[in-house]
Design a protein around this ligand. Structure first.
Ligand code: ATP
Ligand code: MN
Length: 274
């Protein structure tokens, strides 16, 4: 991340060239490939090539172009994280402000696992059968979940836009460095209280269960904690909502216990929340 030439000021002082971005897939492809080489998380050989093909498939390049032409995005600056299922980039908007750009890999086999978090959610009456459509739906779902959580007063990265398998949201951190997660931070009782209050509000006000909650999906940044990675989150009416809630709570109780903070066990939290 340190080698990135981030130059967005975030102060509205838009550089002259900010709108003047590449508008052909080939240029976008070259751009992404360059960022990939510069990135710190580059994988090796065959594995690397496979991921490159997934990220840089033509439909994804065109989707980047579409976001650019809609002025939701001006440029991509570098790789923040390369996971199995998604790649996260530092991007800039036309006004120069930084954004996180999460690109879901369309060729991953992981999409089957996602089905269980889509079917059963009454927001998605018809569940698509092809993998690309599932991933587009997943992206939309994450965007909507961020909106719902934000509307309920939970601090999440503010969603900016989405298109196909690409989600644009507020960048949390000091670009090009992302914020540390709870896993990477010292934690205290306030973090504990925040976490369980957040779970409770998410449930009571947004009607949501995160369903992938852990110390890796909460940022601790300056005086704030910020919940993220909301693609899995389901409505309470989902048949497995309770099971997911139990797992979320168990993960957080276990994490804080490991760090020497314990107030009540997971079952007791579950009862308290009901
Ligand atoms: P992984 O499987 O690698 O955890 P994921 O599919 O769970 O990826 P996320 O957890 O949403 O995806 O994002 C992966 C990483 O990207 C985060 O751990 C964080 O480092 C970075 N990241 C995600 N969202 C943002 C954001 N809004 N601002 C800054 N960095 C972000
Ligand atoms: Mn995650």
């Amino acid at each position: 991340m340190t080698s990135l030439d981030y130059d967005g000021e975030g102060d509205g002082n838009k550089p002259e060239h900010a709108y003047d971005v590449d508008v052909e897939p080939q240029k976008t492809r070259e751009k992404l490939q360059r960022l990939e080489r510069e990135g710190m998380h580059v994988r090796k050989d065959a594995d690397q090539r496979k991921v490159m093909e997934e990220v840089f498939d033509r439909a994804t390049l065109l989707a980047v172009e579409e976001l650019v032409s809609r002025k939701d995005l001006a440029d991509l600056k570098g790789v923040i994280n390369s996971g199995k299922e998604a790649r996260v980039y530092l991007g800039v908007r036309p006004d120069g402000s930084p954004v996180a750009v999460k690109i879901y890999l369309t060729a991953t086999s992981e999409f089957r696992r996602r089905l269980g978090y889509i079917s059963g959610d009454i927001r998605f009456a018809r569940v698509p059968s092809n993998s690309r459509a599932i991933i587009y739906l997943w992206t939309r779902k994450e965007f909507k979940n961020l909106q719902l959580a934000g509307d309920a007063g939970i601090r999440v990265p503010t969603p900016v836009a989405f298109y196909r398998n690409i989600l644009v949201m507020e960048f949390v951190g000091d670009p090009p460095e992302r914020a540390p997660t709870l896993a990477e931070s010292e934690v205290d009782e306030d973090d504990y209280d925040w976490t369980f209050r957040m779970i409770s509000i998410l449930r009571a006000k947004a009607n949501l269960v995160h369903a992938d909650l852990s110390e890796y999906n909460i940022f601790k940044w300056r005086s704030e904690r910020i919940l993220f990675d909301m693609g899995s989150a389901v409505l309470l009416s989902h048949p497995q909502a309770k099971e997911f809630l139990r797992r979320d709570i168990t993960n957080m109780v276990r994490f804080f216990k490991k760090r020497g903070i314990f107030k009540r066990d997971a079952e007791s939290w579950l009862e308290a929340l009901e």
